[in-house]
Design a protein around this ligand. Structure first.
Ligand SMILES: Nc1ncnc2c1ncn2[C@@H]1O[C@H](COP(=O)(O)OP(=O)(O)OP(=O)(O)O)[C@@H](O)[C@H]1O
Ligand SMILES: [Mg+2]
Length: 359
């Protein structure tokens, strides 16, 4: 599902997956390697000052565009076409049932009139897109259609920041869908590709932690809580008398004094494990489910030392750190060690880069 901003040619063109998240601009470019394989051509992460992107809104378009431009230069590519995404919370999605066998134009009209009921804004203020899911479970004469709608201004803001950076937005996807594409690649790393297993994707970012529980690609549960790496950055800033930006840079570069580990890092990782285990408890008590088979840990905090061990030991659930690139070949430009450290925070960017290969 995506808002197509221009018609894609039948030939696969190069495309950059661009994630404009609250902490950074992240870019990934993938290529083909042989029959079914992918190659990581290049990637770049450029940290954003705080409050440039807040709650998914672009509060400072100029700085956002500058940062996108810097990330693109770092990427060192000639590709300017971009697939970007809207935050999941900015998109209303709904599955509807409509009669089967309609022509495209007819279907569009039906979807529009149905959508009207679910979208709390006038239709001329929204970008609306839909996708046929398949035949309806209840009747063969009907089909299931997934509709997605977002306020035009949300789409326009993102497109504007991309264009102000000299790039071209070809696709506007939804973050949660992009994440699913990356997750699919990760699940292939599990025994029997995780078929029938209950998988908890835990994303610990800068501000928020998202828990999404899935089975066979179907979402069973989702919850967001206010916990993330910014808390650790703030503690670093306080303890060592630095600005937030300095603390963030030293944290990422691993350039902090020796007592950082015992004073701040260990307690933060323990807290993170506690948050994850609480989030899972909520899932168990508010649904009929009583187990999770695997935890996939993503987001920038996933690579903190022993984060996966701490979570596995507290929850007693097998925990792996997300790496959607694990099965891919790397181009000479990409350093394996750096990619390994950054991979868990590139779920959205990787999923968007994969759009290049969509039919
Ligand atoms: N190499 C690293 N070492 C330590 N912490 C890191 C590293 N890379 C990223 N982080 C931390 O991870 C967090 C950013 O994670 P991520 O990129 O997943 O967040 P985001 O998607 O921008 O934020 P959110 O999802 O909350 O909007 C920051 O707190 C950052 O300091
Ligand atoms: Mg994030």
């Amino acid at each position: 599902m995506q808002f197509d901003l221009s018609i894609f040619g039948s030939k696969t063109r190069s495309l950059i997956g661009l994630d404009l998240s609250s902490s950074a601009v992240k870019m990934v470019e993938l290529g083909n390697d042989g029959k079914n394989g992918y190659r990581v051509e290049r990637y770049a992460i450029e940290v954003l000052p705080r409050d440039v992107v807040a709650d998914g809104n672009i509060a400072n378009l100029e700085v956002a565009a500058e940062t996108i431009k810097r990330a693109w230069r770092k990427l060192s590519t000639s590709t300017r076409a971009v697939a970007a995404a809207l935050p999941t919370s900015h998109v209303i999605t709904k599955k509807i049932i409509v009669p089967a066998g309609q022509k495209e134009e007819q279907l569009e009209l039906v979807v529009e009139s149905e959508a009207n009921q679910y979208i709390p804004f006038p239709l001329d203020e929204v970008n609306l897109d839909f996708q046929v899911v398949g035949s309806a479970p209840s009747s063969p004469e009907e089909i299931e259609v997934l509709i997605a709608a977002s306020r035009k201004e949300k789409v326009e803001d993102r497109v504007a920041s991309v264009e102000a950076a000299g790039l071209k937005a070809l696709i506007m996807d939804v973050e949660s869908y992009a994440v699913l594409s990356s997750l699919e690649l990760i699940l292939e790393q599990l025994p029997d590709s995780g078929k029938g297993k209950i998988v908890a994707l835990v994303d610990v970012g800068a501000n928020v932690t998202n828990l999404t529980v899935l089975r066979d690609g179907q979402q069973l549960y989702a919850r967001e809580q206010a916990f993330g790496g910014n808390q650790l950055t703030q503690d670093i800033a306080r303890l060592y008398g630095m600005t937030f930006a300095e603390a963030e840079a030293d944290k990422r570069r691993n350039a902090l004094p020796e007592n950082y580990e015992t004073e701040l890092l260990r307690p933060f990782v323990e807290n993170m494990a506690l948050e994850v285990s609480r989030a899972l408890q909520f899932f168990f008590t508010s649904t009929q489910f009583n187990k999770v088979d695997h935890i996939v840990l993503s987001g920038g905090c996933a690579i903190l030392p022993e984060a996966d061990e701490a979570i596995a030991s507290r929850t007693q659930i097998d925990t792996i750190v997300a790496n959607p690139f694990a099965g891919m070949v790397l181009s000479d430009r990409v350093r394996a060690n750096s990619l390994l450290a950054d991979a868990s925070s590139l779920m959205v960017a990787c999923g968007l880069a994969l759009r290049r290969f969509d039919q």
